[in-house]
Write a protein that binds this ligand. Structure first.
Ligand SMILES: *Cc1c(COP(=O)(O)O)cnc(C)c1O
Length: 398
């Protein structure tokens, strides 16, 4: 069904698997098992069953009456991943990864987490499906993201504090990967987005494709045709790949990925990888990267911690290279404005990540006509961001 990746995991020039030799064989086994399972009716039925009766899918598509009236121009609809169990799209791929781990005969899943969103989603899926879960997290992040640490522990996960280096996400990745390299006989490493070595970018995309499949039908039920534009925020790129995959073959549908512009255009002030990056290798795959003049991975920043990744999924780098998707930037201020505006205009408090996609739709709508339609992925709910936003910026003044 999908033309990419090829069987070595390449999306055009991007992707692949750059692994330590002792893991090559194991990763090939994971890829082979996945290639069998993706055509196995029993496996697919199990995923559909979990989506329907545990996650609460399908999530609806909602017309934003208030925001459309306020902005003028195109009609704005949102795909409601904020209503997916645990409050974001991440559970879509975490449930798939944990189910895959079970089929591989593993008893445990391992991952790192930055702000804790991936850790919570994976701990949720592991609890439901009965596997052990170990989450590596920088000691600084553990301090900052206390509620998510408590959530993971309540869900039965073991949270491992990482105290080397800067004690944040990068060190957590190293630490989780080290553990996996020792325990791959009994454990599967579960990546949090459409990134990492083959087969992860393909698998995570396929597990997220339910978002696009549902939305393509639902928007047609609303308006009797396909939308003119589809918009999603891009961190690693999983929620965007999920929604885009429903529309990639429809050439008349314009696709927009929105990268975080942070607080400025200088290196270190944003995480807009496609807009400002260049090719290189990170975390086992080839993609566009933000690097400094010495070629070292640059620090990144965004008000939404789920978007601050210095690389991007290889399929996004590819879709950019063939001009199928347009990548735009929304900065912190625009995302915060969208956060406050959508809360009051339509009664939906969006995650700060999703607010970047809403912000771009708010800019795009007035440039289009009233009979045109924009569909935005509302990747998650904003409950996790409320304390931070209100304590830092207040209640908003609209
Ligand atoms: C993690 C997260 C993102 C960013 O991840 P992608 O892989 O780019 O989708 C976006 N929105 C929410 C709500 C998230 O939790």
């Amino acid at each position: 069904m999908n033309a990419v990746p090829d069987d070595r995991g390449y999306f055009g020039d991007f992707g692949g698997a750059y692994l330590p030799p002792h893991l090559e064989e194991e990763m090939a086994k994971v890829a082979a098992m996945y290639n069998t399972l993706k055509n196995d009716p029993e496996f697919l039925a199990e995923i559909t069953e979990i989506q329907k009766h545990y996650q609460g899918r399908p999530t609806p598509v909602t017309f934003l009456r208030g925001l459309t009236a306020r902005q003028g121009g195109a009609q704005i609809y949102v795909k409601r991943e904020d209503l997916n169990h645990s409050g974001a799209h991440k559970l879509n791929h975490c449930a798939g990864e944990v189910l895959l781990a079970k089929r591989l005969g593993k008893t445990k899943v391992i991952a790192e987490t930055g702000a804790g969103q991936h850790g919570v989603a994976l701990a949720t899926a592991a609890a439901y499906l009965g596997l052990d879960c170990e989450i590596h997290m920088g000691a600084i992040d553990i301090e900052k993201e206390h509620p998510n640490v408590i959530r993971m522990q309540l869900l039965g996960a073991k949270v491992v504090p990482v105290t080397i280096g800067q004690q944040t996400l990068k060190e957590a990745v190293d630490s989780a990967f080290e553990t996996y390299a020792q325990e791959f006989d009994t454990a599967l490493y579960c990546i949090g987005s459409v990134v990492g070595p083959h087969p992860f970018p393909m698998m995570v995309r396929d597990f997220q494709a339910v978002v696009g499949t549902e939305a393509r039908q639902q928007i047609q039920d609303h308006i009797g045709r396909l939308p003119d534009a589809v918009v999603a925020c891009v961190g690693g790129g999983s929620n965007a790949m999920g929604l885009f995959s429903g529309f990639l073959a429809d050439e008349q549908v314009k696709l927009y990925g929105v990268e975080p512009g942070g607080r400025g255009t200088k290196l270190g002030e944003h995480a807009a990888t496609i807009t400002y990056g260049s090719p290189g290798i990170i975390h086992g795959f080839n993609t566009l990267l933000l690097t400094d003049e010495d070629g070292e991975i640059a620090p990144v920043y965004c008000v939404a911690s789920g978007l601050d990744y210095p690389g991007v999924g290889p399929e996004h780098a590819y879709l950019h290279s063939i001009n199928r998707v347009t990548y735009e930037v929304a900065n912190d201020q625009e995302a915060l404005d969208a956060f406050y505006t959508l809360s009051k205009s339509d009664g939906i408090i969006p995650a700060l990540e999703s607010a970047h996609a809403i912000a771009y739709a708010m800019r795009l709508a007035p440039t289009m006509s009233a009979d045109q339609v924009i569909l935005v992925n509302l990747s998650g709910r904003g409950d996790k961001d409320i304390d931070f936003v209100v304590n830092t910026y207040g209640l908003g003044n609209e």
